[in-house]
Each structure stands twice: as C-alpha cells, then as structure tokens.
Design a protein. Structure first.
Lengths: 292, 237, 338
C-alpha cells in the first residue's frame, strides 16, 4: 500500500508538469479549434530566452516577467505574420504549418544555444516538501503556480469583457462578428496568451527535465494527452487530466510487468484512449451535438 | 423623412454564382420595412450583403456613409444589429451572457445594466431563464433572446432574417407585437425579411418584393396588402 | 479577417474533392508513365535507388490519402503499419527464405487485418482524438519491435539485414534497376486498384462519410464497416510500401519506423494535395528531396530552412500540388479556346 501511495504522490509531482502544459494547450484550442504541434517548441524557446536573460545578470523574477511579456507579443506576432494568411486554407494545411514552425524553432534554438543540456534554476528550491522525498519544494511550487494560473484563467474568462468576447469568438464566430467582435484579433490574443502560459510551463519544467532544444518533445505529448483526457474545452479538466496522466504513467510503470521506461508512454496513451472511447468529449469536456 | 439606408445596384455572389442582380431600395429613418419574396429570391443574401458577409458590389450607404468594404464587426459599430437566420445564439453561454455580448461594443456599464433590465421587461421569460444555457431554450425563446441581444447594441437599424421561422403562430404574433412596439417606442428602424407575407405586411409601413435577385414591386405596405393581383402572383395568399 | 467569403469557404475538415478530380487525365497519365519507364535507363544507380524510394514512399502517401482524402479520417499511425509491413517482409525473406515477391502480398494482407482491427476502437474517435490514438500506435511500434521475445526473428534493437534480389530470367540489369521496375509494377497496380476503389460503391461510401457522417448513415451507408474498411485498405497498402522499402534499403530496424516517418507521410499528403491521388508522388518527392536541399543551403539550420520552404509551399498553394494541376488544366483549356 505504501508503494501505491508513493507512486501516486510521484505521479502528482510529474503530473504538475503536464497540467501546466495542458493549460496552454487548452488555451490555444479555445482560440483556434485545433492543437498547435509547435507549442512545446515555442515554450522551449521562451525558456531559453529567460535563461539567456539570467546569464546576462538579471534576477530570476525579472527574467521571468520579461519572458512572459516577450512570449505574449511573440505569440501574437506569429499568428499575425505566419498563420493569418492561412486562415482560409484547409485545416490540414494549417497543421503542416505547425510542423514547419516546429522545425524552424527547434533548429534555430539548436544553432543559437546548441544541444548541450543546461541547468535551469528554480525559485522554490529543491528540498523535500513537508519531509516527503517524493515531492520537492519545486514541484509543490509548480502545483501552486498551476492552480493560480487556473484560477486566473477562470476569472479572466468568466468575469472580463474581453474573456467573454474570446469565448464568443471561439464558440460561434459568425455571431461574434455580428455583435461587433473582431474575431481575427481574438485569435491573435489567444495565441499570445497560450504562448505566455506555455512560457510559464517551460520555465517551471526546465529545472526538472533540464534545458535543451528537445526538452519539450515528451512533455507536449503528455500535455496534449492530459488536455484531451480532461476535455479540450475545459481548463479545469486539463489540470485534472494532467495529474491523472502523471499518476497513470507512474502506476503503469510500477505495476504492469515488462513495462520499461519506453512503454510507459504508449500505455498511458492507450489508457487515455480507452477513457475517450467511453467518454468521447473527455472527462470534463462539453459534449457538442452535431447537426446534419 | 430622412433616408437611413440606401442601397443602389447591389449585386452579390457566392463563389461564381450571382445571387443578387442589381437591387435598389431605401429605408427611411424610423420606418419598419419588410422585404418579401419566395425561397431563394435573395432576401437573406440582401441582409448578408449589407453586413458584408458575402462578396458584393454596388452602393450601400448608411446615414450618408458608405458601408462597402468595411468588415462585419465595424459595420455593427455603426449601429446596425443583424439577427441572422437560425438566430445565431451562443448556445454554450448563459442567457445573460448572450445579452452582455450584444452590448460588447458599448462602454457605458450603467447603461448596459439598465438595458438588460429593460430587455427582461420586454421579454419576461428571459428573466426567468437568465442563468440557463441559451442552447436549452425553446425556439421561440431563442428568437426573443436574439432580438434582445440585437437591441442591446442600442441599434439605429435592426436587420431581422425570418424571425417567424419555425415558431408557433401564437409565438409569432407575440414577437411581431414586440417588434412593432420597439419600432414605435425605441425609435429603432427595422428591416425585416419574411416569408410570412401577410403578417409582415400588417406590421410594416413600407414593403419591397424581390424575385430572383431583383426588386419587382415596392410601395406602401397597406397598398400592397390590398392589391389582390400582387398578393396572388407574388405573395401567394 | 473579413467575413466576405465565409459562406462559401466554410468547409469540413477535409475538403470535398470531386471524384473525377482525384485522378489524372489519360494524356497526362501516358506521359508520366513513359517518363517513369524511360528515365532510369539513363540514370546512375544512386538516382535509380532514389526513384525507387520515391515510388514506395509515394505509395505510402497514397495510402494515407485514401484514408484522409477518401474517408476523412486522420492518422498519425501510418509509420506503424509501414514498420509492420517492412518487418514481415524482412523476417519472411531472411528467416524463412521466402522469395520477396511472395512476402509483399502477405505483408499487405496482414497489415490490412491489423488496420481493420485498429479501426474498431478508432470508430468512436474523430479529429484530434483519432490523431492521438493513432499517435499512440506510432510511438508504441518501435518499442514493440524491440521486445525480447520477438528478438529471435526481428534481431531486436540491431534490426535485420535484407539481401537485395537479383534480376530474374538472366536479365542483364543491375539489382537497383530491377528493383525499380519491380516496384514500379507493384505501385502502378495498387494505384489503378485505388483509383477504381474510389470510383466504386465503396469509394462513394467513403466520400459520403467524409462529407457528412450523419447524413451518410441516414442514407443507409454502414458507417462502421466502411470506416474500418478504409483503415484496413490504407494499412494494407502502407504495409506493402513498407515491404518494398525493406527490400530497397536492405535493412530494417525499429527506429526507422518512428512518429517522424508518420509526420513525413502526412506532410507528403498535404503538399501533394489532400484527396488527389497523383499528388502522392509529388508529396513523396517533397519529403525526400527538400530536406536534402535544406541541408545544402545551411547545415546548421537545415531544420529551419526546411520549415521555411514548407511555409512557402503552403502559402503559394494551400491546396497542394492539386491546385497547381487545376490551374494548369484551366490554362490549357484557355489556350485551346484561343
């Protein structure tokens, strides 16, 4: 039993990483209605920028804030410059665009900062949290930040005009235009916010997985999985999904014989798919009724 | 009487297909004008062209200012509220959120709050359901919500696309009564597209009849309603 | 973004392609066929090898095109079927000494079965959910191929070396050249089969499902059957393509069949034009040659250059090579009129 509780705790600790990324995934899904495969790379690049700022002597929180703002602006710029021209192109062409963006960012980061693994600092320290060897203060801090972020998003979407406008633009774009909402800018804003949230995720994840151009590959997949599991329309679901995926992954690795590190991912995914077969809109997602 | 909306030689296209072939009509400030015609005559397209939701050429002037080549969302900001066919309800949001969205371009928070109360007075059923998801409302209630949402803009002109579609006759009577009241009391000019010609002519002061993308008849609503020949050949009642 | 054209452009995820537009005209087909027949005679062995690669990757892109362009289902798991096909061929050839031309049909049939079975749970999923499910398959495959108890056949992490076949009947032809013509025959046969499949009753059922699943089922199309069938056919063809690759590359290893391959096939489909079968070969050319070109332009930034080139292509022709073909056709007919 103790093994079980320990594994669940460890799962929650890794789950915090996925939860954080999943929030960024849900954010972009709300804005553009599909998944952005380059999101992990964008987060990685933001993290490198913050690292570079710290190398130049800025303190952690100053670098953090500057990165947040830069990421927000960069997200908007990427949408305006690269993806707005594709607004009328088929969805699959847009997906190809995400893959192209992935290649560009990954390769540029490799050239600027090379592929060696770098240490990344944590503002929370890495002592055991409340005497537990399984969760460090950094991981506890990460969980805290994720929850704060979730609350912030909830308030933004429920109680601000711009949040209301963004939701309207995402759910019925034509009606949104008819009440005077500039839906095109709402999409750009969604990109900005998703990129900023992604940068927070990157900066929190980097102390755990270490900083390098390929650091987000695995994390983004788990982030997608978490968001899909929780329901792509629900930020709350995404966070819960993140923790569940972390727990799944750890328990599968411990209890299913013959599962090495390599098979953890496929098994976690298979579990998620079985959930989706039963609940196609995810655990907390809104079921959308299709009409002919 | 001043002309509020002036449409000249309007042609609209869906891809290669031309749907309007040079439509010319105007609407006076404060009037309630109806656009009649059979299925596929181009009524909906006319409203969509005014809001730049289909590709079109020709002149559209609102209060003396040209509307051509402006985006839909900026046309709305001139004070033109469009209630689209199918009502365009934000189904996943609450009734109250739908009303707030109608006023999203306005900055006067106090005015918005009092307008929401005014809408609840016009449509008491919306007040009962104000926290409910709009998608769960009945068809008639959704149509009321759509009209209320449009009024939240405090529009000068309201475009209504077949408000009677799919509603029970009693509900339609109710709705048209409220539209008349809004037109008289709130001084909102209304352009309403209808298939239910009889009802629309009772309500309207001006009427235009379109057929295959052209205006074939115009005049005072009473005259058109009383002219048996027109009624028989174009309006079918 | 203005709303001007939204009414006409509100399309489903996969745009409807008229059935006739999915293929080439007779004249063009003959020219392309002649080129494919003649060019290798004048080419060096390495170029012939690349052309062979073009053919079997084109076949794999075609298979995805039948699934996505035909039935509207999305798959990131094609690399798994490709890997299974390659391994079945390699294991049969090397461990059981079965001639290569017999291995391919077996690979095709087995992969059809795997695809058909995988299509069952995938039935409940669509869009991003299906993408995730197929993605899981793609990530699992290299690990499954490495499993210990299979090692005595698969060679584990090391993989398997495959012997290249000689030209039969004493033909005086290099191995590469023979393999090219052999591949060409297989690919052409499958291409003709696919074209006819999409023109058939089943093809119409696929497209009805792609355009509107609910309406299709209301018209009496057995949606579940045809969706899984599309998965099966696509997987079967992908398996044959994988088998051909194993023979041509003379080597199979688990890490040749990762998600990267599935993404390449996806890009090939988009560049060639979703739903346009002849575009598959153009898409394959893109994924074979453009990375090399990018490498030539800048070694350190080859990924970025590749991304920029890909962006250029999708800006210029968002509907892929199909769009170029349509423009060409319009241009030709205008010339004829004058």
């Amino acid at each position: 039993m103790e093994l079980f509780t320990n594994q669940v705790l460890a799962g929650i600790a890794t789950g915090a990483i996925y939860a954080c990324m999943a929030l960024a995934v849900v954010m972009i899904y709300q804005a553009i209605d599909h998944l952005n495969f380059a999101q992990g790379e964008m987060a990685m690049f933001s993290t490198f920028i913050s690292w570079q700022l710290m190398q130049w002597g800025l303190s952690y929180w100053v670098a953090f804030l500057i990165t947040l703002v830069l990421s927000f602006v960069a997200g908007i710029a990427i949408e305006r410059i690269l993806f707005k021209p594709l607004a009328k192109a088929p969805v699959l062409t847009n997906v190809a665009g995400f893959i192209a963006l992935f290649a560009i960012i990954n390769s540029s980061a490799g050239l600027i900062w090379d592929f060696t693994i770098k240490q990344y600092p944590t503002p929370f320290g890495s002592a055991p949290f409340l005497g537990s060897q399984l969760i460090s203060t950094h991981q506890a801090g990460m969980i805290g930040v994720t929850v704060l972020l979730l609350l912030g998003l909830y308030f933004f979407f429920q109680y601000t005009r711009i949040g209301l406008a963004m939701r309207a633009a995402a759910s019925v774009p034509e009606s949104a235009r008819l009440v005077g909402i500039n839906t095109s800018w709402m999409i750009a804003l969604g990109w900005g916010m998703a990129t900023a949230i992604g940068s927070i995720a990157g900066m929190l994840i980097a102390p755990v997985v270490f900083l390098e151009p390929n650091m987000m590959g695995g994390v983004l997949i788990y982030g997608f999985a978490a968001a899909v599991l929780g329901g792509l329309t629900s930020p709350f679901g995404a966070v819960v999904g993140g923790f569940l995926v972390g727990i799944f992954e750890n328990l599968a690795g411990t209890y299913i014989p013959g599962v090495g590190n390599e098979l953890k991912l496929p098994i976690a995914l298979a579990l998620i798919i079985s959930v989706l077969v039963v609940k196609p809109a995810g655990l907390f997602g809104r079921h959308i009724v299709k009409r002919v | 009487m001043t002309v509020l909306l002036n449409v000249k030689d309007l042609r609209a296209y869906y891809g290669q297909v031309q749907a309007l072939h040079g439509l010319t009509f105007s609407l006076n400030e404060g009037s309630l004008t109806t656009l009649l015609g059979a299925n596929g005559a181009g009524k909906t397209t006319t409203l969509r062209a005014i809001c730049n939701m289909v590709r079109s050429t020709g002149g559209i002037e609102f209060d003396g200012k040209p509307l051509n080549n402006r985006s839909t969302e900026s046309i709305v900001r001139y004070g033109i509220a469009h209630v689209p066919q199918g009502r365009g309800t934000f189904t996943t949001m609450t009734v109250e959120e739908n009303l707030q969205l109608g006023a999203i371009t306005r900055k006067d928070n106090a005015g918005i709050v009092s307008d929401i109360e005014r809408m609840y007075a016009h449509f008491p059923v919306l007040k009962q359901r104000h926290t409910q998801q709009a998608g769960t409302l009945s068809g008639g209630e959704q149509q009321m919500l759509a009209v209320a949402r449009a009024l939240m803009l405090r529009p000068r002109l309201m475009l209504l696309d077949e408000p009677s579609f799919g509603l029970a006759p009693l509900v339609v009577r109710d709705l048209f009564g409220i539209l008349g009241k809004i037109n008289r009391e709130d001084k909102v000019s209304i352009l309403v597209v209808e298939q239910n010609a009889q009802l629309a002519l009772e309500l309207a002061d001006q009427a235009y009849v379109i057929e295959t993308g052209r205006i074939v008849m115009s005049g005072n609503a009473k005259d058109i309603a009383n002219n048996e020949e027109i009624r028989k050949s174009y309006l079918g009642y | 973004m203005s709303a001007v054209e939204d009414v006409v452009t509100e399309a489903p995820a996969v745009e409807a392609v008229p059935k006739r537009a999915m293929t080439l005209g007779t004249g063009t087909s003959v020219v392309v066929l002649l080129l494919l027949l003649v060019v290798p005679v004048f080419a060096k062995n390495f170029v012939i090898f690349q052309l062979t690669q073009l053919l079997y990757l084109g076949l794999a892109v075609l298979a995805l095109n039948i699934l996505t362009g035909g039935s509207g289902q999305f798959s990131l798991g094609q690399s798994a079927f490709y890997g299974i096909g390659a391994y079945i061929t390699a294991v049969m050839m090397e461990q059981f000494n079965i001639p290569y031309f017999l291995c391919l049909p077996v690979a095709g049939v087995l992969c059809f079965g795997v695809g058909f079975l995988f299509g069952q749970p995938a039935l409940r999923l669509s869009g991003v959910y299906l993408a995730l499910a197929t993605f899981a398959l793609a990530t699992a495959m290299p690990q499954l191929l490495k499993l210990n108890f299979l090692e005595k056949w698969t060679g584990g992490v090391q993989g398997l070396v495959v012997t290249k076949p000689d030209a039969p009947f004493g033909l005086k032809m290099s191995q590469d050249m023979w393999l090219y013509y052999f591949t060409l025959v297989v690919v052409l046969a499958i291409y003709i089969f696919s074209v006819n499949l999409l023109r058939s009753r089943s093809g119409r059922a696929f497209m009805a499902i792609r355009d509107n699943e609910i309406a299709a089922s209301a018209m009496g199309v057995n949606v579940a059957l045809y969706k899984t069938l599309a998965f099966g056919v696509s997987a079967g063809i992908t398996g044959v393509a994988g088998g051909l690759s194993a023979i041509a590359v003379q080597f199979v290893a688990p890490d040749s069949f990762t998600i990267t391959l599935a993404i390449q096939l996806f890009l090939g489909m988009v560049v060639g034009g979703v739903g346009w079968l002849p575009g598959s070969i153009i898409g394959a050319a893109f994924i074979i040659f453009v990375p090399n070109i990018a490498e030539g332009i800048s070694k350190g930034l080859s990924g970025a250059v590749f991304g920029v080139l890909l962006f250029l292509v999708i800006y210029l022709v968002p509907h892929g090579a199909r769009q170029v073909a349509i423009l060409g056709q319009q241009f030709a007919s205008r010339l004829r009129k004058n």
